[in-house]
Every structure is written in structure tokens, then in C-alpha cells.
Design a protein around this ligand. Sequence first.
Ligand code: FE2
Ligand code: FE2
Length: 489
Amino acid sequence: MTNPLDYQTSRRLSGTEEATYSQRGKAIINQLSILLKTARVHSPDNDSFKAQLEQSYQLYRDCLDEYGETVVQVQSDYLFFCGARVRYDNEGLAAPDHLRDLFQRAGISGFLTTSDLTKAELEQTALLLNEADRQGDLDFEGLQRRFDLANIGAVALLPPMDEKSSDENRDREERQFARRTFFYAMNNLKMVSNTMNADRPVDLARTKRVIHSLVDQIVSDDGSLLELTALKSHDQYTFLHSTNVCIYSICLGARFGLTKSELSTLGFAALFHDIGKTRLPLQVLNKPSDFNESEWELMRKHPALGVFTLAKTMPFEERCCRAMIVASEHHYNLDGSGYPALKRRRSLNLYSKIVTICDVFDAMTSGRVYRKVPASPEQVLRGMIPQAGYKFDPCLLKVFLNTVSLYPPGTLLLLDRHELALVVGKNADDLLRPKVKIVGTTQRLYDRGIRMNLADRNPQTGAYYRSIVRVAEPQEFKINTARYLLDEE
Ligand SMILES: [Fe+2]
Ligand SMILES: [Fe+2]
């Protein structure tokens, strides 16, 4: 049996595993809550209690037969089942709230059950937990003694968790997971592009899985993936740029209220918006100096080339048709200008309007295509605002500004102690004080960045530890921002 003290609530699961555990966990948590509530009003020989016990035991039996052991645990206010966070929409929160409160009053973070669990042991567990909940004055050891006395061998109580360190561990794991998904998405795009350029039909199963994983991560917390969009590279410009645009678009769409399935279609279209560029000569794409007129003419063909490529290699599905629309429309502006030239003005697709905003933002902060020197994210956003209503949909631009916030990831800041800090995330409660990595001082750069939350204050005085003086340019201090963004692990 796993030592309950060693059990890793936040162990990493694949997207499919996580979804399955979350589903099973939801059923178990709901049923446990019903059983405990029934036990509160009925004695064990009551028919309603017996029926609920039978149902709970059957659910447990199914899971135990499949997984060998199960764990229900609370960590940082979230419920986990077998290491997977059990996700709830806004509805159906009564059962998790009930269990969370009950565990807290009983002095435990949860419990583990092994495969030899008997119905009698489950019944005893429900009765003892209810008793502990009612009394509310038991600590972990006290409840453990009662379980020992009742001889419940198949249930191991889990002690309360060290919230701070488990929070930090989970943040770190979230970041590592986001990083793996990000590079997996980019490499998959590279492989798919090669197949497309050979005019061979593509197998989209893997791409769909990647997009689902991106959508899942962004819907639960967009911070870790948004942090990675600050990576810019000239060598892999098109693939990195397309992955970034895909992430920005899903984030914007999520805030705009699109459903998960719509986000998945949007992410798919965003990922392939520039696929036509992979048909252009590399010497033009990677040209270090400005394009001449004939090169511009070639570049302006990439939307049409994109539609051609997608039509030739992808199945006739809704997501592929949407991708074609976005590929053809993403260089049109709201006022009808842009390219390729239109014979008759038409209204643009919502997904195209989303991708256009994300495309311009990423391209301009990358220092490619529109300008050779990258502008700071803050500068780019300031430049985009006056174009609302002409180039960009004003409502979507507003949501985008909210998504990337005032100091988007990758922004370099000069702090009041002459320190330089790279923005890695935002604080939803205080957009003026983002999460950063301190990368050095104006005199000396560090080998590794140090994570810091600019919203942290001295508990004694209430004063902030550090404050922002101004936005700085990475070139000014010769900072390789990607190095610091990836310097963990
Ligand atoms: Fe483009
Ligand atoms: Fe683009």
C-alpha cells in the first residue's frame, strides 16, 4: 500500500487520464457526500442509509478493481481524485464544498482506500467521519486512533498538507507541464507542415489532442502558457509564432466566452493561420533585411497559399473549413483594407478577427515581418489601441488587453532597487504588480532568474518589497529574455 504521507496529489497525468480520473472522482465525491449526509440523519439499519451505502460501495468497488487504490484529497482548496484535480463548473459545488469542510473539521486532508475495502469498513468510515465532523475538535492523530480502534485496515487517513510548499510544487509542475505541451505543439506543427508541403494528407489525431490539451490548460489557468508566448526566435519563427498565436487566440476566446469545443476549433485555425508561409522560399522568409517590392508581393500570397495547402491535405471537417477561412482572412482589417485585395467588402469571421489581433501582437513583439527590432509588449499594445475600429474589432481588442494585461509576459521592467525583472505572469487582483523573474541589476546580470511576486509585502510594515520604475528594453541591457524564461529545471 502506498504510504499516505508519500502520496503525491499533484502527480502528473496525461490529459486523457486526468479527464477520466476527474469524471470518476466527481461521481465518488458526490456519492460520498450523499452517504455522509444520509448517515447524519439515519441510523445504519435504515433502508435509505443501506441503499446509499450499497451504491457508494459499488462505485468504490469499480474504481478499486480498476486502479487498485483510490485517494480523495483536498489540496489548496481543490479536490483531487487519484492525483487528478476534480474539475467543477459553477454548478454542482455542494458536494465538494461539503467534503472540503468536513475534512477540515475532521483534521485530515483526505483518505486513501485499498482494494480490500469491505462494505463494513466503508460504513465505519462514514460514521467516524460524521462523528468527527459533528464534534469538530479532533486533530489528525485523534481521528487516526479511532480508525485504529475500529480496525479499518483498508482506509488510511491523510494528514493536513503543508499548503505553502504544496502550492509551490504544484505551480512548478504546472509550469513544467505547460512547457512540455508548448514544445510538443510546436514540434507537431513542424511535422504536420512537412507532410502538407509534400501534398500528403495529414493525420490530425495528434494535432487535435495537442489543441485539447492547450484548451484544458488555458481554461483551468492561462498563466503558465501565456508565460511561454514571450519566447521569440528567429530560427523557428513561423512555428513559434503560430504556436504563440494559437495560445493567445485560445486565451482571448476563453475570456470572450467561447465553449471548449469552439476554443478547440479556434486554436486549430490559429495554429495553421500562416501555413501558407511554409510554401515560400526560406531565403525570403528568413531575410535579415527589409523586403523589396517583389518579395512583399510573394509574402502577400501566403493567405491564398494557406487555403490551397489546407484544402489539398486536410479532411472536409468543420475545423478544417474554419482554418481555411482564418488563413484567407487573417490579413484583412476591420475596415476592409489589407490583403489579398477583396473585390467586394464582406464581414469577417469572428475567429479571423481574433487571430488578426493575436497575430499582429506576436509578430510585432517578435521583431519579424513588421519591424526588424522587436518592440516591447507594452509599446505594441499602446500602438494597437488607436487602431480599434479600423484595423481591429474594438470589443475583441479590449478583451485581448485584459488577457495579456498591462505588463504582458516578456516585458522587461526596471525596479526601484536598480533591479531588472522579466514579467512572467499577472496577479488577477493587482494588474499593476505582476509576477516577475529578477534577472539582475542595471550593473550585472544573474546566471538564473529569481521568481518574485511584486504584490508581496512586508508583513510587519505592509510596504511592498519592490516597485516598478518603468518598462525597459531588453536591448538596452543586452538581455537574452528566452534564456531566463527557460532557466528552470
Ligand atoms: Fe500571416
Ligand atoms: Fe502570422
